[in-house]
Design a protein around this ligand. Structure first.
Ligand code: ATP
Length: 276
């Protein structure tokens, strides 16, 4: 993992303040504050419907495509307020979002999917060539299957393609929505290792994950969203050790509570057997 520098105007840094978002009458985020220091991996955990995808959409300026809008607050990237910036300009400035469910262009070839990722990216042809070489080095299967239709790839390979397509835009900050969703453990570990590598090469990462154990291993800082609000945040290692996070997101049983329940059960009078 790259060493987090201070946020503010460093490349790839993000600052969210007082962010409230709605879909018509549905309030999805309320007064959310979050920082991604340049070079860091930050994760956002939370149950279904907590607002994780909404947060990424608000940052990447894609909320409007989903019928949502920002009611209050600000998002600053590299120290610049993104108000008035559209999704294409956000990508051109290196802010790239890989949405949940991969969403590769199934009928297009792998090579064309990668080409699409470079559309509107900064740096011109030379940057695109460098980016493609980097993607092929990270995911050799995407070079081997360049001329196959993307829809024929396995789920894990499609996730690689979704990541590869995002890398074609030479991101400084990558927003990843559930990259391990639906993948077998080995493939999820492989994707996690790639995220670590992408980060080590200088890209900041904001990671939404249902696999909390994996996310807390990758990230230096974690936030927990609960019904649209930040319920907890802090160093990932501290959150990983907190009872609440262990119980709710890591599937760890609270041993004292389990013992108490066991004792109560043992002390309860046995039900008499019903006989006819
Ligand atoms: P999940 O893990 O289930 O994907 P999430 O934490 O990403 O959940 P969001 O998808 O951001 O949560 O949803 C937050 C809230 O906003 C939920 O109440 C959801 O029903 C609502 N919501 C999300 N997308 C839309 C939409 N396009 N139109 C209306 N409501 C939406």
């Amino acid at each position: 993992m790259g060493s987090p520098r201070s946020s503010g105007s460093s490349p790839g840094s993000l600052e969210v303040r007082g962010l409230s978002v709605g879909y018509g009458p549905v309030r999805a985020l309320r007064d959310v504050a979050l920082d991604v220091p340049a070079g860091a991996v930050v994760t956002v955990l939370g149950g279904n419907g907590a607002g994780k995808s909404t947060l990424l959409r608000a940052i990447s300026r894609t909320l409007g495509y989903h019928g949502g809008s920002v009611a209050a607050g600000s998002v600053s990237y590299d120290g610049r307020d993104l108000r008035g910036t559209d999704a294409a300009r956000a990508v051109a400035s290196g802010l790239v979002h890989v949405p949940e469910g991969r969403q590769v262009f199934a009928r297009m070839t792998v090579a064309d999917n990668l080409r699409a990722g470079a559309l509107g990216a900064r740096g011109g042809r030379a940057a695109t060539k460098r980016a493609r070489a980097r993607v092929h080095a990270l995911f050799p299967v995407l070079a081997d299957r360049a001329h196959q239709r993307a829809g024929l790839l396995s789920g894990g390979e499609q996730q690689m393609l979704a990541l590869g397509r995002a890398l074609m835009a030479s991101p400084r900050l990558l927003l990843l929505d559930e990259p391990s969703l639906g993948l077998a453990p080995l493939m999820a570990a492989r994707i996690a290792e790639t995220v670590r590598q992408i980060n080590a090469e200088g890209t900041s990462v904001l990671l939404v994950e249902q696999n909390a154990a994996l996310a807390l291993r990758l990230a230096s800082v974690a936030y927990v969203l609960d019904v649209g609000e930040v319920a907890l945040h802090g160093p990932a290692a501290e959150l990983a050790a907190s009872d609440e996070v262990r119980r709710r997101y890591l599937g760890v049983v609270d041993e004292t509570a389990a013992e108490d329940a066991g004792r109560a059960e043992a002390a309860a009078p046995a039900l008499s057997r019903w006989t006819a």
